[in-house]
Ligand binder design. Structure first.
Ligand SMILES: [Fe+2]
Length: 252
């Protein structure tokens, strides 16, 4: 069984809790749909961790770390992107003393990020961070029209998996279904699945969210983690907006 994760956002506690859960359920691999970093307090540790996955995609916050934040980012996201880059870019601390091991760690993680792609197709399944209609555009799938555009862009794809909005749910060509944890969603029609977010859920449920693929369908799982520990790290970091800690407690 393959687990599908998205939007960890440098939240190490949420990622570790999800990893323990998916291992205990018998997952044999992980596909990660992007936004490794951004917002959260442990970008380097999360980058170290995700390299064990089968693949990771590029998210808009990963791109913001690599290239600098876009104008569309709000103040909290912009500040987090600039701080994140300082934590993981090997060239960021010019002239400063970096232990050799730490420098090498940054070089390896930076090269890993630079190679990330915005989509990956495996047989008749397409994985993207944002929208199947235009991977890497950083547009969302939140309306019927946006879902239809994705289905139309890839007529031979049976199943799509994506993240980006941090709100789990399932589009078919006829309807939208809320994500019900533990419920089996069989593959009897074309589906476009938002797998939710591991590290910053926004559906008013603070528990980490992920999807486990089964041979004939998939299920969502929610995993509690030590939110207070992650919040304390954010509040301890002057460059991270304290509202980023508050939202984790609310799942917003
Ligand atoms: Fe995200």
């Amino acid at each position: 069984m393959i687990a599908i994760l998205s939007d960890v956002h440098a939240n190490l506690e949420a990622l570790q809790a999800v990893w323990a859960d998916l291992m205990q359920r018998g997952a044999t691999g992980v596909y990660f749909l992007g936004d490794i970093v951004g917002y959260g307090p442990n970008p380097a540790e999360v980058l170290d961790f995700v390299k064990r996955f089968e693949f990771s995609l590029l998210g808009n916050h990963d791109e913001a770390c690599l290239k600098g934040p876009p104008k569309s980012f709000n103040a909290a996201a912009t500040g987090a992107a600039i701080w994140t880059r300082k934590q993981v870019c090997p060239d960021e601390l010019k002239g400063a003393f970096l232990r050799r091991a730490e420098h090498q760690r940054r070089v390896v993680n930076w090269e890993y990020m630079q190679k990330l792609q915005p989509s990956r197709r495996i047989d008749n399944t397409l994985f993207v961070h944002d929208t199947p209609a235009a991977p890497g555009s950083w547009r969302y799938v939140t309306t019927r029209e946006e879902a239809d555009a994705g289905f139309a862009a890839h007529p031979d794809v049976r199943a799509f998996f994506f993240g980006h909005s941090h709100r789990p749910g399932v589009w078919s060509e006829k309807r939208y279904q809320e994500a019900e944890p533990g419920q089996k969603y069989p593959f009897h029609e074309r589906v476009m699945v938002n797998v939710g977010s591991v590290g910053q859920p926004r559906d008013n449920d603070p528990r980490a969210c992920y999807v486990l693929l089964e041979p004939d369908g998939f299920r969502f799982y929610r995993v509690p983690y030590d939110v207070a520990k992650t919040q304390a790290k954010i509040l301890d970091c002057p460059d991270l907006d304290p509202r980023l800690a508050l939202r984790l407690g609310k799942g917003q």
